[in-house]
Design a protein around this ligand. Structure first.
Ligand code: TTP
Ligand code: MG
Length: 374
């Protein structure tokens, strides 16, 4: 085994928002659960945030229009299954749980990267007198400990992947879900990847998949038939990264400082509207929520931006950048309101078009180093 290989662990919580709901509300136990916008008996707007694994059996998934999720649940019901239970997200509880889990993980390793609300990478020191073989066993033991601790403390399950880099670790954590643990040692990397869909490679979305499918390339094994030069011709600079990923090569380091570029939230209304008091109130809610998230994460910002989508889907974004960073949540509301006002008159909305969606976002973020614990 290669003695210089890294050991990276990737953890991703299972059906995160839905699992928290199931844990906190005993009457939801073992039921199909969908967290997302209110379906309003099938005419609701907005999307699914997530669904638990029972609801996924109905074909329901993240980012799907909530009206479709509703239809799938009704369809399942007609076939004799229980209807899915639809729940509006309560983000406070999710961020508290996330924070507790992340803080716990920071006690397990010196290098921890929080990659989203429910996923993190941990890099283990890669060399030891005990030799690499032992280190991989230790990593697996640690993963079991983490899973047990998260279950004992939070009554939630997660899936963990262990590999020689971030890419392999992430693919491995997704390999067996829920409650999975997959270890891919350096000598198994090529075999592990070979049969998987090229979709697992970051950057290969539906468009690239379509391109590849014309070349009869579906799996990573298939992808290996293309040379670096061919891939570069097809995909420009992405080509080399794809060639490398197909062979399990990834040098990306963990980003231990929280490096998100922006934080935002948006809301789609039941009815398109230009009712000023209502829109102002909705904007305040969004600003408050973004501000709270930023505060929870110790993030300061310089820019606040507002997105307005009209009933006909024309979308305008307006932003204001301050001269200094601030972590004052009230600034978000203040600036967002300033940006919204011209939409009530001819400056931004001469035809008085009703509004379908509002979004508030903070950008140019400054993050406190949160990895200094232990
Ligand atoms: P994911 O980890 O992508 O999904 P998950 O944890 O619900 O399920 P899995 O077992 O497949 O990991 O996202 C974490 C949370 O982020 C998810 O619970 C809800 C939220 N989320 C959204 O709000 N919208 C989205 O489109 C996605 C993908 C996630
Ligand atoms: Mg998850």
């Amino acid at each position: 085994m290669n003695n210089n290989s890294r050991i990276v662990l990737h953890l991703d919580m299972d059906a995160f928002f839905a699992a928290i709901e199931e844990r906190d509300k005993p009457w939801l136990k073992e039921k199909p659960i969908v967290v997302g916008a209110d379906p309003k008996d099938g005419v609701g707007r907005g999307v699914v945030s997530t669904a638990n694994y029972k609801a996924r059996e109905y074909g329901i998934h993240s980012a799907q229009p909530i009206s479709i999720a509703w239809r799938l649940s009704e369809e399942a019901h007609r076939k004799g299954n229980p209807r899915a239970i639809f729940i509006t997200p309560s983000s406070d509880r999710y961020s508290i749980t996330s924070r507790e889990i992340m803080d716990y993980l920071r006690t397990k390793g010196t290098t921890v990267e929080q990659a989203s609300i429910d996923e993190a990478y941990i890099e283990l020191p890669g060399t030891s007198d005990k030799g690499q073989g032992n280190l991989w066993e230790e990593a697996e033991k640690m993963a079991r400990e983490i899973k047990k601790e998260i279950w004992d403390k939070q009554k939630l399950t997660c899936s963990i992947g262990i590999g020689p880099n971030k890419f392999i670790a992430k693919v491995a954590s997704d390999f067996k879900k829920p409650d999975g643990l997959t270890v891919v040692t350096p000598e198994n990397v090529l075999d592990f990847l070979a049969p998987l869909s090229i979709k697992v490679i970051p950057g290969i979305g539906p468009k690239a998949q379509e391109k590849f499918s014309k070349l009869n390339i579906q799996t990573i094994q298939d992808l290996r038939s293309l040379s670096e030069v061919e891939l570069t011709e097809f995909f420009g600079k992405w080509g080399i990264a794809m060639w490398e990923k197909a062979r399990g090569i990834d040098d990306a380091p963990l980003v231990t400082e929280y490096t998100r570029k922006s934080i935002g939230e948006q809301i789609t209304f039941e009815k398109d509207t230009l009712d000023a008091p209502f829109l102002v109130q909705q904007l305040q809610k969004l600003a408050l929520s973004v501000g709270k998230y930023a505060q929870d994460q110790n993030i300061a910002f310089k820019t606040v931006s507002l997105t307005v989508r009209f009933f006909d889907f024309e979308t305008k974004s307006r932003a204001k950048t301050l001269s200094h960073y601030t972590d004052e949540a009230t600034m978000i509301e203040k600036i967002a309101l300033q940006l919204l006002l011209p939409f009530f008159d001819a400056r931004e909305n001469p035809k008085k078009k009703p509004i379908r969606l509002l979004g508030v976002r903070i950008e140019k973020l400054l993050t406190a180093q949160r990895d200094k614990m232990l």
